[in-house]
Ligand binder design. Structure first.
Ligand SMILES: [Zn+2]
Ligand SMILES: [Zn+2]
Length: 604
């Protein structure tokens, strides 16, 4: 067993920061390694989940989802594989949430169904979002959610002491997390940017600098904007641009932005009220954020400024501001429905102005373009963000702000996280320019394990299993890749069903096979092809049934005779489903035989 001793540190003059460094009540154990690994978030933007493990304790940071690419047909979410954590659930001492975005909290309902934990720590805004989410999944009673106060909250376990640092991001109550471990201090930035004139709370520069001063062994930092040079535009400047646009727009103003961007929503609503406009908010996720934002005091707009959809026609156009979801071209969101004329309350009128307070996320440009075209076609004046207009800014640090973080925290070792592979590599290169040696930068994949040993870091040989799990609806058991593969074949090549009627008593086909297809060929024009296919199957089966055979062999015979023929004729490989119907009398005979066999085994 490893030798352990408890170490108490003497009080420092700075009372507030004192506890950051101290390991009060924390067991100091240099003999056991501290391990750091990601269940998700490395090599991807999404499903963030980072773990710190020491002996019989695990600390988890975040539990997110990633939304699937369009080639994962029918998949609603992708989540990390929780098997390792399930096997080690007695070790889990804390789950802390950096902020309330889906890529950090969206996996919680699935996680809690598989892994028992006592409590989750989250800031006020994330806590409200998590409560709503867990309530929808009837999981609210399964776990206690403790509210983080960045100034005072401290989580202490046998080996760890954990604290929080205010950061600026595109949602309120975002934190960086520092973890004192027996082998060194870790700082995980969470999603962050630096903004010298933010809306809402500013980053706690002093605390970050203090943590850097007392020494950080490993920094894990947000890599989303690693390839973007320079500094980000301030949210204050965006607020100003929206104000000016709102004031000079003559008719109705329709603004679309990210639902969760609470401060932006507050800015848009305040600008509308300042311009003597009443506001109507559409889109479930945005109404939800509005509700929480007002309850927690981030959005301060009087009830009298809000109108419902029914009241829109009672006011002149220049007294109206509509705020809605759909800035990413999501087909079911409010803005798409406004654009295609299916929204319950809003039809585009001549003179309407639609403002996108957003940028398309890579991959969404085509659908956003489609919505913009539709809006323009029905007569709206569409304004999008551009380098010249400042109607939107990012929530993630570009290169210069990443450097500022590296300079404040001054880590000995660096592991870029929250990003695709190229972003992680770029962030490492940025870190090197701030003086971190190349050999101290670790570009890792999900499941790679970093070892902290006495304030040194190296990569372990062992890995932890971390596959991506596809969630279909609420089923988190994980669709196997074969299901996804089938869906892709169905989408691209279609389906061919072959129906054969036989009499197994005489080993005989009763009539020619019948072929039905969907999404394969246009049936009317392919009569000869299908008739010929039926004959090919018929001949193959007749040959096969000259000897005794099984249902399985017959199905294989249908597939192996039909698939090459269809491919040769159409250059397509549809899914072939053989359906074998047995004559009623033959089925009865089989069932009677089975009953007799069961009875005889029972007698034995
Ligand atoms: Zn975020
Ligand atoms: Zn994120």
């Amino acid at each position: 067993m490893s030798e352990v001793k408890t170490k108490r540190k003497t009080a420092r003059h700075n009372v507030r920061y004192d506890e950051i460094a101290e390991q009060k009540e924390v067991v100091i154990d240099h003999k056991t390694d501290t391990l750091v690994y990601a269940m998700g978030g490395l090599g991807e933007v999404g499903k963030n989940m980072y773990c710190v493990e020491h002996d019989d304790e695990i600390i988890i940071i975040d539990c997110g989802v990633i939304f699937p690419d369009s080639d994962l047909l029918g998949v609603d979410y992708v989540i990390p594989d929780f098997t390792y954590l399930q096997q080690n659930q007695s070790k889990i001492k804390a789950l802390v949430i950096t902020h309330g975005h889906e890529d950090h909290i969206g996996g919680l309902p699935f996680f809690l169904k598989q892994v028992r934990i006592k409590e989750i720590w989250a800031g006020p805004f994330a806590k409200a979002l998590i409560e709503k989410k867990l309530d929808e999944h009837h999981l609210l009673r399964s776990v206690k959610i403790r509210e983080i106060n960045s100034e005072e909250s401290r989580i202490r376990t046998k080996y760890f002491s954990i604290g929080f640092v205010d950061t600026v991001h595109s949602i309120p109550d975002s934190y960086g997390i520092f973890i004192n471990t027996p082998n060194g201090r870790i700082f995980e930035t969470g999603d962050f940017k630096f903004d010298l004139t933010p809306i809402g709370k500013n980053s706690d520069y002093q605390k970050m600098a203090y943590i850097g001063q007392i020494g950080v062994t490993l920094l894990m930092s947000d890599s989303t904007n690693s390839s973007v040079p320079g500094w980000s535009i301030s949210e204050g400047k965006v607020a100003q641009a929206i104000n000016e646009q709102m004031a000079k727009t003559p008719g109705r103003m329709i603004v679309s932005t990210f639902a969760s961007n609470t401060y932006r929503l507050a800015q848009i609503l305040e600008a509308a009220v300042a311009c003597n406009r009443k506001v109507a908010v559409f889109g479930r996720s945005m109404e939800n954020v509005l509700d929480i934002g007002r309850r927690l005091g981030y959005i301060n707009i009087p009830d009298s400024s809000f109108i419902t959809g029914n009241e829109l026609n009672t006011l002149p156009a220049n007294r109206i501001c509509i705020v809605c979801t759909g800035s990413q071209g999501e087909p079911m969101a409010a803005l798409s429905r406004i654009a295609n004329g299916t929204h319950r309350f809003i039809k585009i009128l001549p003179g309407d102005t639609v403002l996108f307070s957003s940028n398309p996320i890579p991959g969404n440009a085509v659908s956003v373009g489609g919505v913009i075209n539709q809006l323009t076609r029905v007569g709206a004046n569409v304004i999008t963000n551009s380098p010249l207009t400042s109607f939107h800014t990012t929530g993630h640090a570009p290169q210069e702000e990443q450097k500022l973080m590296l300079n404040l925290i001054k880590p000995k070792y660096f592991m870029p996280n929250h990003g695709e592979y190229k972003m992680l590599v770029q962030h490492s290169q940025t870190a090197m320019t701030t003086g971190i040696p190349k050999e101290n930068c670790f570009v890792c994949a999900n499941g790679d394990v970093l070892v902290l040993r006495n304030e040194e870091v190296f990569e372990a040989k062992e890995r932890i299993q971390t596959d991506a799990i596809y969630v279909d609806g609420n089923d988190a058991s994980g669709l196997s890749t074969s299901v996804i593969k089938d869906r892709r074949i169905l989408a691209e090549n279609g389906l061919v069903a072959v129906i054969v009627t036989i009499d197994s008593r005489y080993n005989k086909i009763l009539c020619r096979p019948n072929i039905v297809s969907r999404g394969f060929v246009y049936i009317k024009e392919s009569q000869t092809l299908l008739k010929e296919a039926e004959l090919i199957v018929y001949d193959a089966l007749k040959k096969k049934m000259q000897q005794r055979t099984t249902f399985g062999e017959l199905k294989n015979c249908i597939r192996s005779s039909l698939e090459p023929y269809l491919y040769k004729k159409t250059n397509r490989n549809p899914i072939v489903i053989p359906i074998i119907l047995n004559q009623k009398a033959a089925m009865e005979e089989i069932q009677a035989k089975m009953k007799a066999r069961q009875a005889s085994t029972r007698r034995k």
